[in-house]
Design a protein. Sequence first.
Length: 310
Amino acid sequence: MKHDSSLARRALSARKKVRQSRPRGRECPRKSAAACLLALDSDGTVFDSMRAKHERCFMPAFAAFFGSGAERACLDEVWRFVNLGSRLRGANRYAALAAALRIGSRHPRIGSAMRRWEGTVGALEAWLAQESAPSKSRLELALDARRADRLLALVLAWSHAVDEAIAGLPSVPPFRGAVAALPLLAAGCEIMVLTSAPAAAIVREWEEAGLAPYAARVVGQERGRKAACLAAAMEGRFEAGRVLVVGDAPGDLEAARAVGAQFFPILHGREEESWKSFSGEFLPGFLAGRPVISPIATFLESLPANPSWL
């Protein structure tokens, strides 16, 4: 309760500042002679952290900064759908915020309250359209240089609040199947952690879990879109047929398809089962260069494009 009250005070202060000011991956490289490249998502794929981060950090901040006058249960429903149960699962936080505000404005119970943010959504989408690497530091630079609408100062304050909440979370465990698979993967592949989260937070999680030695590098949201980061890592080193992306979100699949790589999904709510199938059936075939079938259709069916209220 105290945490929510503090967030509310910060959100109110940030909104006042916006109104007053508005005019009328960190990378850890390591040389590798591996024959293949594995691009591995972290949150929700290796670590059981997606639900905790969104329910305990993102959702309270969303409600505090953008939920005034709206029912909290409905705000949570919107954020949970966008970030955990939809085709936008795993999206960059700024794209996810824009989507949540858009979808929230069409919710039958909170739509009228959420439509007050149409100007902010428009400004955020305009910044996203011209920003190749949306991150907190990039937004700060854009605001300082007046290349982003001053309305986005509230978005920046929201992002700071989210990061502070995440930093205070207790350590989350990796999935047992992921821990078991990593030595096998590291023996045959160069592992690149490819995440839409800030790289520093992911590096800290891997170090705390004792998994950092398996990763040749960690590439976060600061380096840009996943597809571009993956293409850069492949250039001059790995053929598309020897690149594998493992992730829990459609963005991971899109990145794999963009560079012609193979993809294996970790299904939401069935993570341990997915890792067992990956290690027992898919991985040996991939490492041997044999054709292998990935459950992509099942993965996409589990993540609808639209919520039930639309």
